[in-house]
Design a protein around this ligand. Sequence first.
Ligand code: GTP
Ligand code: MG
Length: 363
Amino acid sequence: MLSLILPTYNEAENLPELLPKIEEALKDIPHEVIIVDDDSPDGTWRVAQELGLKRDDVHVIRRVGRRGLSSAVIEGFLSAKGDVFAVMDADGQHDMTLLPKLYHAVETGGGIAIGSRYTDGGSVGEWDERRHTLSRIATTLAIKLCKVKVSDPMSGFFAIRRQLFQGIVGNLNPKGFKILLDLLVHVPSSTKVKEIPFTFASRLHGESKLSRRVQLEFLEYLYDVTLGRYIPLTFVKYCIVGGLGVFVHMGTYVFVSHFFKEGADLSLMGFRFSVIIAIEVAILFNFYLNNIWTFAISRLKGMQALVGFAKYNFACVFGAVANYAVSSYLFALNWHDTVAVIIGAFTGVVWNYTMSRFIAWRT
Ligand SMILES: Nc1nc2c(ncn2[C@@H]2O[C@H](COP(=O)(O)OP(=O)(O)OP(=O)(O)O)[C@@H](O)[C@H]2O)c(=O)[nH]1
Ligand SMILES: [Mg+2]
């Protein structure tokens, strides 16, 4: 049996056109269709549920408060009954008449079958130069990560054997758009893969969800599966935010201390007050950026954000103490002052990161 997953976000206009065509393409194959919708504002889930009421082989999963193509597909697979799973975009870009070929390629002993735009006979259709170039670069990078030889690891049109998926599901990274790539990164290298050429058509209706955010997530994914094994991406982001925080700190200090200066003189009180304000502004800035970017996956909102901010302040105080203690200790041992300060600062960053992760943005 084939379980076809259709991930949807704002595809209400496309679904009614698509389902009869899928039915026709799969008329000789036992199948079910699982529509996984992320509570689309255009009511795709409602359209899907109405279509599902008329047919026993159509099921709908409406995910509330969640977003993401990869995680939607994984969830669809996890609820599927077939021995072969397939995925297809719900916007008419994939040629559903190839579904039987994808199914048979897996059913007759294959692991994965890919509807491929880059193998001989395939094409990306009518893309502008920019998207063409971006896709080529992304594909070239992605191919290097795959355990098996393929030409289109970024395709959203493929089939996979149930057992193969079940064997690796625990290792998958459900962030972003690149579900096939993630599967190809985790399959055993002996997996049999077949590519079936097709031409990527234009969207029937609606808009693309391939946003800049999705593109950034792809870069993050590349980092995660390479260097990220040694230095976590969240730590790198935390350091970038911390680096920007230094500029905010300096800028605020210069601005505030300006009001306490008499000529070129600044009183000790004025200096201390300016530094304290600068530290707090930098902490606020860092908290905000870390909350929406570094730890976006466990973003704090409303009251939770206020409590998180208090905890973050608390964590930062200890970071400052750790920094001070380590650098003073090294300085007392006659280390060069710059080296002592750098090592102290680094200790503070690692401390703050660890505390932030486990106290403020506890996951
Ligand atoms: N459930 C779910 N589906 C999504 C999400 N993002 C995209 N999709 C669906 O995944 C499929 C692929 O998304 P598209 O926006 O068509 O991406 P694309 O085909 O690479 O880009 P275009 O060529 O511009 O259409 C479509 O069926 C979308 O509705 C999401 O966050 N959640
Ligand atoms: Mg599409």
